[in-house]
Write a protein that binds this ligand. Structure first.
Ligand code: PEP
Ligand code: MN
Length: 365
């Protein structure tokens, strides 16, 4: 993927920036007490946090709580005045943008259900022309990194340089224990294509419940992400949206206290040399692996020729099963997890069959 964005670094427009940037607050603004009490507790522990709350909520079904609407913007202003926290909310169209700008919201974000739609993103981008406000772009619901990149480009093309991406997980048919499958590789792809783009992880929407938040938050930190967005509510049990995944401010503190924040590099020559030495070993081993795989595939092709000459089918299920089980056992002895061996063998077997099919269908002259 190529992604060339013109970005102002976080630290330049957010002087108090310290990794991880924390965005905390309820899924939705519900009432003034909920907003001020939640924000008050967050500010006590994290005066540099950004306070989030949804004013207009994109809900899957109608007749559920679709957000408190304009009055919530007044509560946001009260939060800012009483706690000093910066405020952030989701915008899904030009009217939302206009109202937020009027109300003095500090940061806007585009939600996952909006990022999927280039018309909506373009409408928001057009409404931001000539405005200097930070915009964060959540990944689209479906695992499509191009759509995510495209939304960031549209906003950037409109002149917004205070930009960040929010990784909130993707809808997939196999979400595992998560509400939204993290598919870390897509966030890594974005970060690799545009290293200057800050990426913030939203463990709440990935996890769908508080139990998994620490694991996701730690993993995000280990992948060198820049911040965390964690839904925090003074009393999650009565929340009008996403009640199951929100945490109390005290839980937020526990989660953050337990995080191990490692730096992406250190200025120590001994450390750098040792790391370089280990990386060289890995590189050599990777080359050896590729050479071995190439040799293995050459033998696969030879087997294909042999089967073709003797009119035998490519796939012999019993033999494949035996080979696979033996490899699982060997992997087990060598300390390699079963899932890893399964994935690896699937790839090797697919390529082996592809080669044999090629050989089989190549007529001997
Ligand atoms: C939210 O942040 O409450 C929200 C609606 O998130 P998403 O767009 O990630 O679903
Ligand atoms: Mn939510």
């Amino acid at each position: 993927m190529n992604l060339d964005l013109d970005i102002v670094p976080l630290a330049d427009w957010l002087p108090q920036f310290q990794k991880p940037l924390l965005i905390a607050g309820p899924c939705s603004a519900e009432n003034e007490f909920q907003m001020l009490s939640t924000a008050g507790q967050i500010a006590r522990f994290y005066p540099n946090a950004i306070f989030r709350a949804g004013i207009w909520k994109p809900r899957t079904r109608p007749n559920t709580f679709e957000g408190i609407g304009d009055v919530g913007l007044e509560w946001m202003r009260a939060v800012r005045e009483k706690t000093g926290l910066l405020t952030a909310t989701e915008v899904a169209n030009a009217e939302h943008v206009e109202k937020c700008l009027k109300a003095g919201i500090d940061i806007l974000w585009i939600g996952a259900r909006t990022t999927v739609n280039p018309f909506s993103v373009q409408e928001i981008a057009d409404s931001l022309k000539g405005v200097d406000i930070p915009v964060f772009v959540k990944n689209p619901i479906n695992p499509d990194s191009q759509l995510w990149a495209g939304a960031l480009e549209r906003v950037n093309n409109a002149g917004i340089k205070k930009l960040a991406a929010i990784h909130r997980g993707f809808h997939s048919f196999d979400n595992g224990p998560f509400r939204n499958s993290p598919k870390w590789e897509l966030a890594i792809e974005l970060k690799t294509a545009c290293p200057q783009l800050p990426v913030i992880c939203d463990p709440s929407h990935i996890s769908g419940n508080p139990d998994l938040i620490p694991y996701i938050a730690q993993k995000a930190m280990d992948l060198d992400m820049d911040g965390l967005m964690i839904e925090t509510h003074i009393d999650p049990s009565v929340a009008l949206s996403d009640a199951k995944q929100q945490v109390k401010p005290i839980q937020l503190k526990e989660i953050l206290d337990d995080l191990n924040i490692r730096s992406s590099t250190i200025d120590n020559i001994e450390f750098k040399n040792k790391l370089e030495e280990l990386r060289c070993i890995i590189q050599k081993l990777d080359n050896d692996l590729l050479e071995l795989l190439s040799k293995r595939m050459t033998i696969s092709s030879q087997i294909g020729e042999y089967k073709r000459d003797n009119n035998v089918t490519i796939l012999q299920v019993a033999h494949w099963k035996k080979l696979f089980e033996e490899s699982l056992n060997t992997g087990n002895v060598l300390g390699l997890p079963e899932d890893f061996i399964k994935g690896l063998y699937q790839l090797i077997h697919d390529e082996s069959i592809r080669r044999q099919t090629e050989v089989m269908n190549f007529k001997k002259k």
